[in-house]
Design a binder for this molecule. Structure first.
Ligand SMILES: O=C(O)[C@H]1O[C@H](OP(=O)(O)OP(=O)(O)OC[C@H]2O[C@@H](n3ccc(=O)[nH]c3=O)[C@H](O)[C@@H]2O)[C@H](O)[C@@H](O)[C@@H]1O
Length: 467
């Protein structure tokens, strides 16, 4: 068919289609009859195929097992569905041999303290379910590595945010948690200048969301949560005691932790939630947080980069009551074990409920200068220090915990000094980072030696001056 003829045929056909197809009477004698019928038939076929494909798609959608009940997606993670619920239940199950075990929801489980506390609970047979949003405040791959560690111990970490009310409710529907160890937070004192809203979102809105769900849960769990030594702010009386004033925060971070203490008090007072707040003092150790000074000093010293060491006015000392992670974990477990049950049901308080606050520190502050000297010894590297006046961006000049109360009520007794604790940290740091680099390259001498000899024999062959 010539092109001009084809155009004419199509033009005719379109114009000739009646609005009511049933009334269409073919004119047998028409030279355009067959073209018209073919066009019309192909349109019907097209409609039929479209309809069949739609039916097939709808069938596949409704028949797929994951569509019922629906799965929710958050930050790349997903929750819901029978498999997910089975994992949640399994993880939260108390070991049969531990009759008095707790069923604990650990928020911030892939965080530094969260990982250690979850592992310790699991080791003694408590049921543990983790929750973490895996945000990128610091390298999320470290959080994923911690998650792997937890998974190897049978702890499932649900990927989700404490601000997700539906998720929290679902978790409490699936498991009757006896305790919540609330460690999810926006940490770091200096970062609050950069991203103030993240502190409100996690430390205030997230906390309230969690408390709302806990208050309505049946049974209500007892809550142990992480406050901070930073609530003592600009206080000059040392050591810091729990009943000292906490109304002079030096950072927004501190202010949100202080707000958390007031908020939890309200929920205790109105709804009968059992609350224990733990004021952590600069916690450090293996699997620690890369945003903390001891961690990035180590990293920079190994790279021969300059580190900034703060000092107070007139060259006075800046010091912290650095507390080793294992001691903190013991304090957390002591708090969980001595927490009394919440007294409310159906969102109503039935009687007075326990409300406690404890310092968890080391009781022996060390200057930042001494911290650097200890690192120099362990790393066998001389630090390239730049001394700088403590900036007014959230830091306080010193912290020092009075731990009498925690000793008496929780049996808390810190036993690791900074020298010993940092030795363990450095050992972990070198093995962790050389271990992960080993997979990609062996260009660094340290990596090569590590790759050849493995973790246990690492220190025998470690020659930092050759790195
Ligand atoms: O225990 C606490 O309440 C707080 O402890 C740490 O906060 P911070 O004690 O300030 O810990 P780092 O940021 O690791 O700083 C440790 C010390 O090193 C100093 N520093 C920090 C950074 C730097 O570049 N140079 C430097 O000398 C700080 O002034 C501070 O005295 C945590 O980051 C907070 O999340 C936590 O709540």
């Amino acid at each position: 068919m010539a092109m001009s003829q084809l155009k004419t045929t199509i033009g005719h056909g379109v114009d000739d289609i009646p609005s009511t197809p049933g009334k269409f009477k073919p004119e047998k004698s028409s030279p355009f009859f067959f073209n018209r019928v073919r066009w019309y038939t192909s349109l019907s076929k097209l409609t039929l195929w479209f309809f069949l494909s739609l039916c097939l798609l709808l069938f596949l959608f409704f028949a797929s097992p994951s569509s019922s009940p629906p799965r929710r997606h958050l930050n790349g993670g997903a929750w819901g569905g029978p498999d997910w619920e089975r994992r949640v239940r399994l993880s939260a199950r108390v070991r049969a041999t531990n009759k008095a075990g707790h069923t604990v929801l650990v928020t911030g489980a892939a965080g530094f303290v969260g990982t250690h506390v979850s592992m310790a609970l699991r080791r003694r047979g408590d049921g543990v379910l983790g929750l973490d949003n895996f945000n990128d405040y610091y390298d999320p791959s470290l959080k994923r590595a911690r998650q792997k560690l937890l998974e190897r111990s049978g702890i499932f970490v649900v990927e989700g945010d404490i601000n997700d009310e539906a998720l929290l409710k679902k978790l409490f529907d699936v498991v009757a948690f006896t305790h919540v160890m609330h460690l999810a937070a926006q940490a770091g004192v200096r970062y609050a200048m950069k991203n103030p809203k993240s502190y409100i979102n996690s430390n205030i809105a997230g906390l309230v969301n969690l408390l709302e769900v806990c208050k309505s849960a049946v049974p209500q769990p007892a809550i142990v949560w992480a406050s901070s030594s930073s609530v003592y702010g600009l206080n000059s009386k040392v050591p810091f005691s729990e009943n000292d004033r906490t109304d002079q925060p030096a950072s927004l971070y501190a202010a949100t932790k202080k707000a958390g203490e007031e908020i939890t008090h309200t929920y205790n007072h109105i709804y009968g939630l059992s609350i224990t707040g733990l004021r952590f003092f600069t916690v450090y150790g293996p699997w620690g947080r890369p945003d903390m000074a001891y961690f990035f000093f180590t990293k920079d010293m190994l790279k021969r980069k300059q580190i900034t060491v703060f000092e107070g006015p007139n060259h006075s000392t800046v010091a912290r009551d650095f507390t080793y992670i294992d001691d903190i974990v013991k304090g957390c477990l002591g708090a969980l074990d001595t927490a009394k049950k919440s007294t409310g049901t159906g969102g109503k308080k039935k009687g007075p409920a326990q409300y406690r606050i404890f310092n968890l520190g080391n009781t022996s502050p060390v200057s930042v200068n001494d911290l650097v000297s200890i690192l120099e010894k362990h790393l066998k590297v001389k630090a390239n220090k730049k001394i700088m006046l403590l900036p007014r961006n959230g830091d306080v000049q010193f912290t020092h915990a009075n731990i009498t109360l925690a000793e008496r009520e929780l049996g808390y007794k810190p036993s690791t000094d900074l020298h010993t604790g940092l030795k363990k940290f450095v050992r972990w740091y070198l093995s962790y980072y050389s271990g992960s680099k080993k997979k990609t390259s062996c260009s660094w001498k340290l990596d090569l030696q590590w790759a050849c000899y493995g973790q246990d024999r690492f220190f025998k062959i470690y020659r930092p001056e050759k790195i």
